[in-house]
Structure formats: C-alpha cells, structure tokens
Design a protein around this ligand. Structure first.
Ligand code: GLU
Length: 314
C-alpha cells in the first residue's frame, strides 16, 4: 500500500524566492546586488524567482517608477517567474489579517506621534496599549482624517532565527522597539504586515535581501507565528555603500542602473558578492551568458559576512 504521508515528507519543498522592491525610484547598484543574490540563490536551487512590487506608499512613488524597475530587470536579464504581484492590489488580504489579529486581542489604536516614540529612544512605551479597536477601525479606506495607527502587542516575546550567512540571531521585541505599527495613520497597511502576508501567500520559502532589513526580520517572524504562517529561511546580504560608508539608496539619489551597462554592472555585482567569474571577455559582454555561469557556480558561502561593502572595494 502506498504511504501518502511518506510520499509527502519525502518530496523536497520547491524553492521559491522573491525580489520585492518598493517603487520609490529606479534600481541602483545596491538594489542590483540584492536582486542578483536572490535571483542566483533561487536559480541555483532550481527554484522560482518572483517579483513583487511593494507599492503601498503612493506619495513616495514617482510616476512610472514600477515600470522603470521592471524594464531595468529585463535589461539585466533578471527575468522573474509568473506574474508580477503589486501590493496595491492586495489591500483586502492585509485587512483580513489585521482583523484576525484584532480578534485575537493583539492590536490597539495608537495616538502617539513619531516624535513621541523618538523621545523614548525609539522604543514604544506602551502608552496606548489599553485602547481597544472597533469594527470601524478595521475598515478600508479609513473615513476619518488623520486616522490613528494600529500597533501589535509584542509583550516580552523573544524571536530567534538562523540567518544562512550571518548565523544565529535572538531578539527581544520589547528591547528592539516594542509594539510596532501594522497599520499606518493613513489607513495603509505597514510594510511588516504586508510582506509577511504576501511571502506566505506566494509560498516564498527563501528570503534573500539586504542586511538593512535584518532588524525587520524578528518582527516578521513574530507576525508569522501569531498568524500561524510558514516561516521562510532568511539570508541577509551586505549592503553596498559609497566610499564614505553611506548606503547607496534611492533617498541619496544613487545612480540609476543604465541598461546599456548591464554586463559590467552584473559582473561587478557578482564579484562584490564574493563570486569569482573568469575574465569578462569569456562572456562576450552578454548578460545572459554571465548569468548562466553565475547560476552554475553560485556559492552562497562565498558571500562576504559583512554588513557593508564599499562600492570601490573590488
Ligand atoms: N520593499 C522593501 C525595499 O524595497 C524590501 C522588502 C523585502 O525584501 O522584504 O526595501
């Protein structure tokens, strides 16, 4: 007789990775390094690589930024599997998770401003914890302006996880910021909640992203636990800085990736990730043949165990 249970446990789970840029500007070299690491890790594991546009902050999204990112990825040869997922189309799913958390008595309305939280060294002091939530607070769009944010209680929970590159992490949520915002004042769901809902919904098994998001991982693991969601494996790659040690970012107007420079930029990103491709001429400047080589030779253990790598260090 066939043992169904055995068959299920013997099947190896298919690797599903993702790249999840916020369209607050074009991709720059730092985002390319992060995208490339997640792409290569997925493809080297015969996995899928999904693209999710995290467009939940319209005031910070220049017109055309999402399309621009999509074209940049295409020109680099970083082609994703399936349809692009836009978070702006997923508000209902986020609100249903929010309602679930509220039903479990885990959320409260918070009237504190950013300045209030800054004044307590960015650690939320629990001032609004006694506030409840009504059904009206869980409606979207909100019908009051400005609305109130909603926080989730973290109490004294400790979160532990293993980063594939950096090793073991342990974080006490009350020490690293405390109860955190899961819905903003403007009614939009906060990044932490949206990312967790979508990683689970898309079946993401492996999150590979920049180390600048490491401090978000304990919050996301906590949300996964309280919502009963599967927990992906996490890998945080070094962020690229300028020669002064400042992270390249859209906010600091890091240069946009120029599609005409796809090959040298990919080559450089690869060496910054600790990979050792042969001389550039072997690939006749073809991004596709470079990526093929990189998938076949990807070594996650060679990625530098560093928080930062300066752009001119290769
Ligand atoms: N959207 C986030 C960003 O562009 C990344 C989200 C993630 O990889 O979890 O910084």
């Amino acid at each position: 007789m066939v043992n169904d249970h055995l068959i299920t446990t013997q099947k190896t789970k298919q690797y599903i990775g993702r790249f999840a840029p916020s369209p607050s500007g074009p991709l720059h070299f730092g985002s390319l390094v992060a995208a490339l690491a997640s792409y290569l890790d997925a493809k080297a594991n015969n996995g899928q690589w999904l693209l999710r546009i995290e467009d939940l902050d319209p005031p910070r999204e220049p017109v055309g930024a999402a399309d621009n990112i999509i074209h940049q990825l295409e020109s680099l040869g970083l082609l994703w599997d399936g349809e692009v997922l836009f978070q702006s189309k997923r508000i209902e799913a986020y609100y249903s998770a929010l309602t679930e958390l509220a039903t479990e008595g885990l959320c409260f309305r918070c009237f504190c401003s950013r300045q209030d939280v800054r004044a307590t060294k960015n650690k939320y002091n629990g001032k609004c914890r006694a506030n409840g939530l009504s059904a009206r607070d869980l409606q979207y769009p909100i019908n009051e302006y400005p609305g109130t944010s909603i926080r989730i209680r973290t109490d004294s929970k400790t979160v532990s996880f293993e980063d594939t590159i950096l090793g073991s992490f342990r974080s006490q949520l009350s020490e690293s910021g405390g109860d955190f915002v899961i819905r903003r004042k403007d009614g939009m769901v906060a990044y932490q909640l949206a990312v967790v809902i979508d990683d689970a919904w898309q079946g993401v098994t492996n999150v590979v992203r920049g180390v600048d998001l490491l401090s978000s991982t304990p919050k996301q693991r906590y949300l996964q636990t309280v919502l009963g969601l599967a927990q992906p494996t996490y890998t945080h790659t070094p962020v690229v800085t300028d020669t002064n040690g400042t992270k390249l970012s859209k906010q600091t107007f890091a240069c946009a990736i120029d599609p005409a420079e796809a090959f040298p930029l990919l080559f450089r990103a690869l060496t910054m990730l600790g990979q050792s491709p042969p001389k550039q001429r072997v690939f006749s400047r073809s991004p596709r043949s470079l990526l093929r080589w990189a998938i076949d030779h990807w070594e996650l253990q060679s990625v530098p165990k560093l928080a930062k790598i300066a752009v001119d260090s290769t």
